[in-house]
Design a protein. Sequence first.
Length: 117
Amino acid sequence: MNEPRPNSGFDFNQPTIINLLYLGSFVTGFSGLVGIVLAHVWQGDNQEEWAKSHFTYMIRTFWIGFIASIVASLLMIVLIGFFLLPIIAIWFGVRSVMSLVKAQKQEPMPDPETLLF
């Protein structure tokens, strides 16, 4: 098993790239789609254990956030969706930042299948 590399600057590993694409979707609106495609493609590659947990975490983050956003959009009819959409966006952003920080340290996500953080 490879030891984590000492911090020598910003590491553009695969989980980091996907997290940056997820975070970029707040600006572009579409880079998250590129991120989820890459996550599914790269998940099958032979990865180190720490990276495998990130792919599980990031794929779940996207799909749960996507489905929750659709439900919240439908609930805008009864006004509760206006409250839920910002909460979902914050949840998505926090999970992306948490994964980004751990990916920079090459540490696994503690519980990649969790719904919270």
